[in-house]
Design a protein around this ligand. Structure first.
Ligand code: C2E
Ligand code: MG
Ligand code: MG
Length: 621
């Protein structure tokens, strides 16, 4: 296994444990203080009440001795209380406040004059009770009782409380330990989920870039080189669309394993997007080492993958950028690797592109074109050119293909091969395509009204247009507004357009056919050329790519014969594009091709030129 994400500590669990313990101790301390205070007050109250009852009993029993001045009898009464718990001293004062009789333990004598109310020696509670006989005050009883019993009871209580608290803390500690373990496990799981792609188990985008930043910092500190490879699968969407998401996931897993097998032990592989992977190769001794890693990667992905639905070729486009030679910072490294990847993809896929500074210039031109393309429609810089299509057998003009042109104020005519991909990537193609469709339908109907023969109109479509929910409505609108009969409109789709979203393409094609619109496959033979789709897609026509036609008549016959046989077998007609010389035309006619199109018979030209040349219509104003 290559590098795995750094194990991160479980901070919540440990803080949770400490804070739980602190909270438990605080709660326990508060509870203990309240309980002790309450207990103390309660015991003191009980002690005072007990003393007051004793004093009241004495007061009732000494009325006679006090009235008759019988001190001996009074002392006898007092002595009877000697066993009262806690008693220190008890005395009778006559109504003048002189000590009349007393019983006291040796260390606790009462003063000769009655003490002021509330005056009490330490550790002693004093209560007084008035001795009365029929509302006449005869004297006062003063009773002093020791608080020692309360103290002893309090000590026992505190001991009990300490034991209970200790047990409670023990229970909290055990519980908190369990909670901590559970939280730590949940934390580890969350951390794993936040940093790992769940399909491939590789570090995810966030984690990969975080690791790249760390590695880059280390490379910088040690003066080492680092290579970033961005890997984009070429045909992932095809698997997902044709074999389902489970097959797509399986492919991603196998690709992840293949990548891990291709890189070195020190390299990091992460999944940074749907079908995009990043490889951080660090350290690399030189450019050759980085290229060797990249080469291993492209080779590993060129091999077929075994999926349940069959063998599959994923192939990948790879962009490579080297630190510090090609980029000085992380953002530059990522964006330059991305630029290289873009070039690998647009250079025909299944290849490696090394970043070179010239790519930046190309990317900048692209970005500028994209900005300007947004205004091209409103500034009337877009135009349509028309190329004639002829019947092979009789040579009659049968239709036209509308081809978009951009008259750029600075760069002159920009080729659709350059700006259509930009329009596709930026989504502008939806607006451009709609303009082309409406404009072309109107041009053809203008020729009709001027008396030209009824031509079919071929219009090129992009994948993005097909995915646009309202696209079929736009086709209907273009037909209705121009009055072009649906069977004279032919939409050209490329094989890659169809394979990008098979289900969506089929739905669109069925809707278009239901309108009566014809469908043809452009550049046939350069893409997947799958027999399966010829059977399942509701198409009318194939356009043989010009690269095959140009080989005629010496080479390429086998391929074109095969395409013709295949198309005719499925009941489809065939158009040969790019016919440039007579020998090619003769060969195609003899082979039974239905239609031809090419520079030999007519180049794409502005509508007024087309009308004048092929329709013998005078140029309109
Ligand atoms: P395509 O649809 O395959 O168009 C045929 C291309 O071959 C045209 O290039 C045409 O000028 C060129 N061609 C025709 N006959 C010959 C020949 O005999 N020899 C040679 N060498 N070339 C010939 P163009 O106009 O540059 O268009 C390039 C591509 O741009 C088109 O290929 C089409 O895929 C795309 N495109 C053009 N207009 C539109 C449009 O309105 N919408 C979309 N989505 N794509 C368009
Ligand atoms: Mg075309
Ligand atoms: Mg073509």
């Amino acid at each position: 296994m290559k590098r795995t994400p750094d194990p991160t500590p479980a901070p919540i669990a440990s803080t949770l444990g400490t804070s739980q313990m602190i909270a438990a101790v605080a709660a326990l301390v508060i509870t203990c203080v309240v309980l002790i205070a309450y207990q103390l007050l309660d015991m003191r109250h009980g002690l005072t009440e007990g003393a007051r009852v004793q004093a009241a009993i004495v007061a009732d029993s000494v009325t006679a001795p006090l009235m008759f001045g019988d001190q001996e009898a009074a002392r006898d009464v007092l002595r009877a209380f000697r066993y009262a718990p806690g008693l220190r001293a008890i005395g009778i004062y006559d109504k003048d406040g002189r000590l009349f009789a007393e019983f006291a333990y040796p260390d606790s004598h009462l003063p000769a004059r009655q003490p002021a109310a509330g005056a009490s020696p330490d550790g002693v509670v004093t209560v007084t009770e008035t001795v009365r006989l029929r509302n006449n005050v005869l004297g006062q009883i003063v009773l002093q009782t020791s608080t020692g019993r309360v103290r002893a009871a309090m000590l026992r209580y505190l001991g009990l409380l300490a034991v209970a608290s200790l047990l409670a803390m023990l229970a909290v500690a055990v519980l908190s330990r369990k909670t901590r373990a559970r939280v730590a496990a949940a934390e580890r799981k969350l951390d794993y989920m936040a940093h790992t792609d769940h399909v491939t188990q590789l570090p995810n985008r966030h984690s990969t870039y975080a690791r790249l930043a760390v590695d880059l910092e280390r490379a910088r500190a040690r003066g080492q080189q680092l290579a970033l490879l961005l890997v984009d699968l070429d045909n992932f969407k095809v698997v997902n669309d044709t074999a389902g998401h489970a097959a797509g996931d399986e492919l991603l897993k196998q690709v992840a394993t293949a990548l891990l097998g291709a890189v070195r032990a020190t390299d990091l592989v992460g999944r940074i997007g749907g079908d995009e992977f990043a490889i951080v190769a660090w350290p690399v001794a030189d450019r050759a080492t980085a290229l060797a890693v990249a080469d291993q990667v492209t080779r590993a992905l060129r091999r077929p993958f075994q999926l349940e639905s069959g063998e599959f070729f994923a192939t990948a486009s790879v962009g490579l950028c080297l630190y510090p030679n090609d980029a000085a910072s992380m953002s530059e490294l990522v964006s330059s690797a991305d630029t290289a990847l873009y070039h690998a993809k647009h250079g025909g896929r299944n290849r490696l592109a090394e970043f070179v500074p010239a790519m930046t210039a190309a990317t900048q031109r692209r970005a500028a074109l994209e900005r300007e393309l947004r205004h091209a429609i409103e500034q009337r810089q877009l135009a349509l050119h028309y190329q004639p299509q002829f019947e092979c057998a009789g040579g009659a003009l049968a239709g036209v293909e509308a081809l978009l042109r951009w008259r750029h104020p600075e760069h002159g005519l920009v080729s659709p091969a350059e700006f259509i991909p930009i329009a596709e990537d930026s989504g502008l193609i939806v607006q451009l395509g709609s303009w082309v469709l409406h404009r072309a339908c109107q041009d053809v109907m203008a020729w009709d009204r001027a008396g030209a023969p009824a031509l079919t109109l071929a219009v090129n479509m992009s994948a993005r247009q097909l995915r646009e929910p309202g696209f079929i409505d736009d086709v209907m609108r273009a037909l209705a507004l121009s009055g072009l009969p649906p069977e004279r409109l032919e939409l050209e789709l490329t094989e890659s357009v169809l394979m990008e979203d098979v289900a969506g393409a089929v739905a669109f094609m069925q809707a278009a056919r239901a309108l009566g619109v014809r469908l043809s496959i452009d550049d046939f033979g350069t893409g997947y050329s799958s027999l399966a789709y010829l059977q399942s897609f509701p198409i009318n026509q194939l356009k043989v790519d010009r690269s095959f036609v140009q080989l005629l008549p010496q080479r390429g016959e086998t391929v074109i014969h095969a395409i013709l046989a295949l198309a005719h077998g499925f009941g489809l007609s065939v158009v040969a594009e790019g016919v440039e010389d007579q020998a090619q035309l003769d060969w195609l006619r003899a082979a039974g091709c239905e239609m031809v199109q090419g520079f030999l018979l007519g180049k794409p030209m502005p509508p007024q030129d087309f009308a004048a040349r092929y329709l013998a219509l005078a140029p309109a104003g």
